[in-house]
Design a protein around this ligand. Sequence first.
Ligand code: ZN
Length: 239
Amino acid sequence: MNSRRRFIYTAGLAVAGLAAGGIPALAAPRPRAHTVQAGDTLSEIAARYDVSLAELKRRNGLRNDVIRPGQRLTLPESDALAAVVAATAELRIQRGRWRHVVVHHSAIEDGNAAAYDSAHRRRGMENGLAYHFVIGNGRDSPEGGIEIGPRWLRQLDGGHVRNATFNATGIGICLVGNFETRRPSEKQLATLTALIDWLRADAPLGARPKFTVHRWVDRNHTVCPGRYFPSVRLRLRYA
Ligand SMILES: [Zn+2]
């Protein structure tokens, strides 16, 4: 298999509610565990956190549905994130290397990881797709799905900013869309925050990467990820 063309598609995330005024709400961080209360059943807990009963049991090594008050259950990652977690577990990651998460928009509504990979190669980038992850908008890849780029699978520097330090230490995440003309969708934001939450708290990086966006790194050169992307809200969330 040609690893250069290897992209992993994952399913989208469950959708959080709309905030007042129709602005997409940022999904609250998903709890990582649930302590069983008297009267809880396993199927109710699975429904409450929108996870499958089978996955909840698998994750906790349960052979049947019997649970007891006070028992602590680990909750599975979101569906969109599951493939990223699995792929990353196979990688050797240099501890402390990834110190930033840099968010981009693609500035066009078409495309996916494969299309941007071709475009970046045509522009002379020998490692192709400049980002580590691409989050789809439902047009050429699933809305809110994550595509894992070869640069993440091979742990290569990104090529997503003009700054060599940030390319060497920044995880590049691109959301498909032009956020100079519209907001990212709720599903895209839910997946993005799930991915960043995981990268900051649970991924085996040996460091907690800081959140930033392209235009804060390449000042005066770009509007990326666009005026309708909630850059400031996310900076506050990850402060
Ligand atoms: Zn950008």
